[in-house]
Design a protein around this ligand. Sequence first.
Ligand code: SAM
Length: 368
Amino acid sequence: MTDAPAPTPNAERLAEEILTRMLSALEILTIEVGARRGLYEALAAHGPMTPRELSSSAGIHARYAREWLEQQAVAGILTVSGPATSAPDDDYGRRFSLPAEHRRVLLDRDDPCYMAAGPQFIASIATTLPEVLEAFGTGGGVPYERYGEGTREGIAGLNRPMFQPEMLRSWVAALPDVHRRLTDGSGARVLDLGCGLGWSTIALAHAFPRARLTGIDLDAASVEQARRNAAGAGLGDRIAFVNTDAAGAGLDGAVDLVTVFEALHDMADPIGALTSVRRLLTPSGAVLVADEQVSEDFTAPGPDLDRLNYAFSVLHCLPATRAEGAKVEAGTVLRPATVRAYADEAGYGSTEVLPVAHDLWRFYRLSP
Ligand SMILES: C[S@@+](CC[C@H](N)C(=O)[O-])C[C@H]1O[C@@H](n2cnc3c(N)ncnc32)[C@H](O)[C@@H]1O
């Protein structure tokens, strides 16, 4: 038997990093447990609770209530008061609370700090891992709908806090001529491509009360939910949602603004999609693309945003796009040079990066 090799600094560093990332992955899933089982909601509704109180209020087993409460407190998500020493009984006097500021992050879907959709998205991606593993071998894909409600709701939940009318107004204001047309003229027309659950389309409708809106998405379940969301917002008669491929939408009529929020990189034929909407644009119309704010060039090791988007790409966006029968698959890491190349091939006269401040996305104007 040979001796095991001595640890080296780089091997130790990676081993430690993997341990840290295991901690993050595990805690993310425990947040999803709390969200799915309504535990944060129960704590928000009833204030400080013992494990037994949470157990009866949320309808979960008392032993699990205790373990989860202790774990969440140790993770710094809940606060705890009461005796320092544990007793075997679940009603041992400790009370656990969800601080008001953490409630915003975990429960308030419109709050700019809302992040519970992230764990939801991660948990749903994990369920398709066997299919992704198979696709790595066959070169095939994993259809978007296979990722299920957790992905639809997770993506929508992550982006929804940004889709506030004042935010949409400020983004469109980076295209002053288009903004003027949407504000002054009646009957201006807006297409929202890859609209998902429709929150961006709804916010655009609120931001520009005179505009007529159409949301387009390839995923049937998303379009159905978008229609329900628009009806719930009282906008059912101002927004039409169409379940179709943006590349072959077969739409007609003149359009003043096309928006594509975090969806161009998901399209199997982004050049086809940009070409089909260019033909609809009025001479002064434009396409507003928002996509990932990744490095301009391949960088390794890379910054966190590149890492985040590559990881989404490996596990979700690339397999979902390949399942569409991809002609060009960018993956999630859509760089400015690629957007420019797509726009050139789709026949646009100019592509510019807009001076819109944003933590995650880069904004582009494509003009015919
Ligand atoms: C990351 S999600 C973004 C959804 C939405 N824009 C948002 O920000 O919440 C990408 C969306 O693009 C849609 N999509 C993918 N390929 C498409 C295509 N060829 N035509 C239309 N929509 C497509 C997906 O169904 C999905 O809803």
